[in-house]
Design a protein. Structure first.
Length: 96
């Protein structure tokens, strides 16, 4: 289980806006090891079960050129967890 605290941030671009949480490079070693241990997924993604407070969902982490991974946080999760862009949140991740 990986646990990290940081800001929820908003990316706006062509096609809409998306909310993300960044898992920094220092926490990403276990994710990279897990990613290369099994079958490769599209875009180098890694399946996870994510949890913010009492809200859990299954999704994927996506690698960035910086070495970080980003976690998309969909609207329903944000609503249930009562969070918005700019909030400091704690995310727990279980690699699947």
């Amino acid at each position: 289980m990986i646990s990290q605290t940081g800001p929820l941030w908003l990316w706006s671009g062509e096609g809409g806006s998306w909310h993300f949480f960044t898992v920094p490079d220092g926490q990403a070693d276990a994710i990279r090891a897990h990613r290369f241990a099994g079958p490769q997924r599209g875009f180098g993604s890694v399946r996870v079960e994510a949890r913010i407070g009492d809200v859990a969902w299954r999704t994927s982490l996506f690698p960035q050129k910086s070495g970080d991974f980003i976690l998309p946080v969909k609207a329903e999760v944000r609503r249930q967890a009562g969070i918005a862009a700019g909030d400091q949140i704690e995310v727990a991740l279980e690699l699947l």
